[in-house]
Structures are given as structure tokens and as C-alpha cells.
Design a protein. Structure first.
Length: 162
């Protein structure tokens, strides 16, 4: 799957180093878990992602790279959360912040979701202080649904009907 400037490929075991570089970055994880991942945690999470990718080959967890130059940009996901509902998510390396990649990733995931008949609703869960992600989601048509918690941290839940 491609967008204007990005390539999306399902994560594989061979992508661990790039994935760990992303999730072990304190700046990236500040608004996700509040702390960088340890190697063991990252390996465990990647294994779960690979299983999801096998079970749902049309959607899943994607490594995002630059179309031109091939540099590693980050992670994105479109995963089922319950019947007729999927969650989008994305993380990008700090050197790619402010370049519009978050919006491009979100738009690509929304477009993919629209091609999957089973998906009727999309959700996204963000840190309520992450104004950049809030703007990205609202630009794609997501609406704030409610504030709550996710993994014990404050979270803003957004929803979109397809």
C-alpha cells in the first residue's frame, strides 16, 4: 500500500530494529505510554502485531517508509477492535514530525478502512494533550467521543462513522 510520499508494508520479524528504535524513543512514547519501551516489551508487542497481521492480512500493523529514499518513518495500524469497528494509530520518528506524514498516514488508513466491508466505524485513542494528533484526526473527519483512560493513562477517544 502506498500514499503520495509513503510506503506501508506489514511488519515482519526483520523490522524489529526499526520498530525498537521508534518505541524506545522517549520523545515518541511520551504521549503513548509515558515511557520508552524496553527491548523485551518491544519484542513481545511485535510478536502480537505479527500474529494480528497473519489473522487479518488486508489490514494490520504497518511499517511506514519514505517512497523516495526508503528511510524509516514509523508505525501505523488499522486493527479490528470489535465487530464492525477498527482502530487507527500511528507513531513517527521525531525527525519526521511537522512534515505532514501523520496526516498522510491517517488519510491512508481511513481510505483502507473504507475498502473493508466489515468496518463501519473507526476509533482512535490519543493523549488528550497531543494537539497535533487531535488536529490530524479532526481533519480526517473524526469526532471527539469521550475522555477516559487507556493503559492507566488519560486518553481522548475519537470516532468516525464510515
Amino acid at each position: 500500500m502506498n500514499s503520495e510520499r509513503l510506503i506501508f508494508n506489514h511488519y515482519t520479524e526483520a523490522d524489529f530494529d526499526d520498530y525498537f528504535q521508534l518505541v524506545s524513543n522517549a520523545d515518541v512514547m511520551k504521549m503513548v505510554t509515558g515511557r520508552p519501551d524496553l527491548e523485551h516489551d518491544a519484542r513481545e508487542r511485535l510478536e502480537k502485531m505479527l500474529k494480528i497481521n497473519q489473522e487479518t492480512p488486508k489490514i494490520g500493523n504497518f511499517k511506514v517508509t519514505l517512497k523516495f529514499g526508503g528511510g524509516f518513518v514509523g508505525y501505523s495500524k488499522l486493527v479490528m477492535t470489535k465487530k464492525n469497528e477498527a482502530e487507527i494509530g500511528y507513531l513517527t520518528m521525531p525527525e519526521h514530525w511537522g512534515k505532514g506524514y501523520g496526516s498522510e498516514i491517517a488519510q491512508t488508513l481511513v481510505n483502507l478502512a473504507k475498502q473493508v466491508d466489515e468496518i463501519k466505524n473507526l476509533i482512535a485513542i490519543i493523549d488528550p494533550e497531543n494537539m497535533a494528533s487531535q488536529r490530524i484526526l479532526e481533519k480526517q473527519g473524526f469526532l471527539w467521543d469521550y475522555d477516559g483512560e487507556y493503559i492507566g493513562l488519560p486518553a481522548a477517544y475519537y470516532k468516525m462513522k464510515l
